[in-house]
Design a protein around this ligand. Structure first.
Ligand code: FPP
Ligand code: ZN
Length: 474
């Protein structure tokens, strides 16, 4: 790449023309593109390349995949004439997803393959390239175990040997009985995110004895990570953002160790992360993103027991959230002008039921559209497991969060009406069976989850019931 000082005047002209294009001032014709033989490599891939795709080919594919009765009207997919790297990759993604829909028109949920993928991964030695995930041991256990439990099956239990294996691994990452938190791997320092993953895993293995031993020590460790502005650092000398707030709140709420001291300043800190778009950023004054929006909104559900306490701009959040579902793909993106990715089936997907229970509506997203993306584009049709999108490889993270997203498509929750309840909003999710038609197409492949924690609703309710009996730290 040339530096600014070395720019030739023709380079500058091209850059100005490119910016004008983006602003809609001038459209490059394909003739201009062809003539532009010496164009700067950096700008090459933003030019229209008629060989890769055409609008016609896209529309033909849409028409062959979606029939005339479908909610999709190809005519509505009008296109901006101006192209950029962003629009190029968006078109290419749409094409590859439509191809996948076409190749798998009747794809069903591949339950046995997914179970084989998960069980096989829990029991086999990881290949050497997994060394890059050495700080993520508790996360990997959470994703595999939770994925297993979210899949609906006749026998939901794992063998005692597997449970022991998981518990032992988590125990090996606990630092000084929780006084230093829980690390992501052996000989590493405690980290709030790996602590969150470890505690949720122990909730899934129902190791309440160990959790009882840890809860007060973890509470003190969390307090030691609290900053004067209310937020928490991820680890000693680490960064603080909406993730660390959510992780601390989720663990402390489940273990019943939330105190006023821990909660101090959190509400206003989170409020300062809502952006002009309506979603939330990780830290104030940055871009709204699905992962951080999930953390922020789920945090409010843990913080509040009254619907009326919701203090952010809900209308703006609704607007931003509904724009995350794309009409051709049916899947969800994490931020404006970015591509669909199956993991957002949970990070964004979980926002919809949170909004639905607050506003008393059931249609914040198109459940069939997302289910189509999950089953016909994100499934690994050979080996089981799920992936971001066609062409990407399958992994534990996408497998878990896509399964959670599928569960969100398959169940609806009763709206929250009782404002007199003292119970936090996080624990008020109940299935709305009245809105379940009960016909064959409504067959459930998954178990219902609690959207605030992403775990099966039964595991959350059982843990809550257990720890509520224990006294809070003083
Ligand atoms: C990709 O960003 C990031 C993700 C896909 C994960 C985001 C999730 C979180 C921040 C939530 C973490 C939650 C906990 C509980 C720790 P990108 O910029 O690569 O992808 P994009 O193009 O889709 O924005
Ligand atoms: Zn992803």
């Amino acid at each position: 790449m040339t530096s600014i000082n070395e720019d030739s005047s023709s380079d500058n002209e091209r850059k100005v023309s490119y910016i004008l294009n983006l602003l809609g001032k001038k459209v490059p014709t394909s003739k201009e593109n062809d003539d532009n033989d010496d164009k700067d490599e950096d700008y090459e891939d933003i030019m229209t390349d008629e060989d890769i795709y055409t609008l016609d080919s896209l529309q033909q594919l849409i028409a062959s995949v979606y029939n005339s009765k479908s909610r999709f009207n190809p005519e509505l997919n009008s296109r901006d004439e101006y192209t950029s790297q962003t629009t190029d990759t968006q078109y290419e993604t749409e094409l590859s997803i439509l191809e996948s829909f076409k190749d798998h028109p009747n794809e069903q949920f591949l339950q046995q393959q997914h179970l084989k993928y998960i069980k096989g991964s829990l029991h086999s030695q990881f290949p050497s390239y997994f060394s890059a995930l050495d700080a993520n041991h508790s996360w990997m256990l959470l994703w595999l175990l939770n994925g297993f439990k979210v899949i609906k099956q006749n026998d939901q239990s794992l063998s005692p040997e597997t449970i022991e294996l998981i518990n032992n691994k988590i125990e090996s990452c606990i630092i000084d009985e929780g006084r230093g938190g829980i690390s992501g791997g052996a000989n590493q320092i405690g980290h709030v995110a790996s602590t969150y993953a470890a505690i949720l895993t122990l909730i899934l293995t129902k190791n309440y004895t160990l959790l009882e031993k840890l809860r007060n020590n973890l509470y003190s460790w969390f307090l030691s990570l609290k900053k004067p502005d209310g937020s928490f650092v991820m680890h000693k000398n680490g960064e603080s953002d909406a993730r660390s707030i959510y992780c601390v709140l989720a663990v402390s709420s489940l273990l019943n160790t939330l105190t006023d001291e821990l909660l101090l300043g959190l509400e206003s800190w989170l409020n300062s992360c809502q952006t002009f778009e309506g979603g939330f950023s990780g830290v104030p004054k940055t871009e709204a993103h699905g992962g951080y929006t999930y953390c922020a909104v789920a945090s409010y559900f843990i913080l509040f027991s009254k619907k009326s306490k919701i203090c952010f701009d809900l209308d703006a959040l609704i607007r931003w959230s509904v724009f995350r579902q794309y009409s051709i793909e049916g899947g969800l993106s994490g931020r404006t002008n970015k591509l669909v990715d199956a993991c957002y089936s949970f990070w964004i997907g979980a926002l919809y039921p949170m909004i639905e229970v607050l506003v008393g509506e059931h249609d914040m997203f198109n459940r069939d559209g997302l289910k189509t993306y999950i089953l016909k584009a994100a499934q690994n049709f050979d080996k089981g497991g799920f992936r971001d999108k066609p062409g990407k490889s399958t992994d534990f993270y996408h497998t878990n969060y896509t399964l959670c997203g599928l569960s969100l498509c398959e169940y609806k929750y009763k709206s929250f009406s009782d404002d007199d309840s003292e119970e936090e909003l996080a624990y008020r999710f109940q299935l709305d069976n009245d809105n379940d038609n009960g016909n064959d197409s409504d067959y459930k492949n998954t178990n219902p989850i609690n959207p605030i924690f992403g775990l099966p609703i039964n595991d959350i309710n059982e843990a809550k019931k257990h720890f509520i009996k224990l006294s809070k730290p003083i």
